[in-house]
Design a protein around this ligand. Structure first.
Ligand code: GYE
Length: 329
């Protein structure tokens, strides 16, 4: 095993260990008698998706819709197009429609208490999918999603692998007040504390989109020019935008400016093969099967853990050729 692969494996193991974190106590109402058990064919599930801002999100939506179709269950799907108000409206509609359970991927962490209380008063359980909401734990049944803090730490560890212990970093932050942006920001800094010569020169939101990633990177280059030696992007779409900006500026992405990002989409593997991206931290969007399995358990009153974390890895260019053909997103 080459040293890169070994490092990648160790990082992945660290991530798995990091997943045994808080809030794993089982929760759930009384289990129903076996004869009354519901099956996929007779439940209605509402899902409020936050938007379609990234490749990750498109894969996530497809996973939810395709799995529902395979299982033969009725899915009411709503796309909020990046607006929290539309998500709140969708949840209220699902309550009126008396769906059996609501899945929600909250665009931001705060501002959910009232509508979650309404769902609880109507006896409709909520499962948080992908992103957490900052509400009391009894207002949702479980959270299915990644350990974003660990992803931030892994991005920093990967950056150290790539640049050594010295760099002038600019950071493309995800959507402000979203759980992944908050945690990827914090986790990265936790590890950076051990490296006094890794400096964050600048940090700004690119809203998880390729277009904004490019604009913000243009701005960083105007401000700091060739002083920048590394980019940390909170997702691959913004990293791809940054690659475009760096190329247009006349520097070589992946060479003059090293880049580490999060998600591990097909575009990230393609960029690593082209030599323009130096590492990507996996964040798994294919949550459909796990979500509906959890949903049915909850509807049938079975206990589920308070957090179901996804298992994820870190990939470097050495891995790209082997992994790209197997990538499902
Ligand atoms: O990393 C990013 C997307 O919430 C984990 O949202 C998700 C993030 C993902 O737009 O690409």
């Amino acid at each position: 095993m080459n040293p890169r692969r070994m490092a990648s494996l160790l990082i992945a193991l660290g991530l798995v260990a990091g997943c045994a974190a808080p809030g794993t106590a089982p929760s759930g109402p009384q289990a129903v008698a076996p004869s009354d058990r519901r099956t996929y064919g007779d439940v209605i599930i509402g899902f409020s998706q936050l938007g379609a801002e990234s490749e990750w999100r498109v894969a996530n939506t497809n996973s939810i819709k395709d799995t529902a179709a395979e299982l033969g269950l009725e899915l009411r799907f709503s796309d909020a197009q990046q607006k929290q108000d539309s998500q709140i409206e969708a949840v209220r509609k699902f309550i009126v429609q008396k769906v059996d359970l609501i899945g929600l991927s909250p665009i931001v962490e705060t501002g959910w208490d009232e509508v979650f209380e309404e769902a609880r008063a109507a006896g409709i359980p909520i499962i948080l999918v992908d992103r957490r909401a900052d509400v009391p734990e009894d207002l949702y049944t479980t959270y299915l999603g990644s350990d974003f803090l660990e992803e931030g730490r892994n991005a920093a560890r990967a950056l150290v692998e790539v640049v050594g212990s010295q760099a002038e970093i600019v950071e493309l932050v995800g959507t402000l007040d979203s759980a992944p942006a908050n945690d990827r920001f914090r986790g990265f800094r936790e590890v950076l504390r051990e490296y006094p010569d890794l400096h964050i020169l600048d940090s700004e939101s690119g809203d998880f989109t390729r277009a904004r990633g490019r604009e913000v990177m243009d701005e960083f280059l105007r401000r700091h020019g060739a002083r920048i030696t590394a980019v940390y992007a909170h997702n691959d779409d913004m990293a791809v935008g940054a690659i475009e900006a760096i190329t247009a500026y006349g520097l070589r992405p992946g060479v003059d400016i090293k880049i580490v990002s999060v998600d591990a989409t097909r575009s990230a593997f393609e960029a690593m093969l082209a030599g323009t991206l130096n590492a990507t931290v996996e964040c798994n969007p294919l949550l459909g099967p796990q979500f509906f399995e959890l949903a049915l358990k909850v509807i049938n009153g079975e206990a589920v853990p308070k957090w179901v974390p996804s298992h994820e890895q870190v990939f470097f260019p050495d891995d790209a050729e082997d992994i790209l053909p197997t990538r499902g997103y």
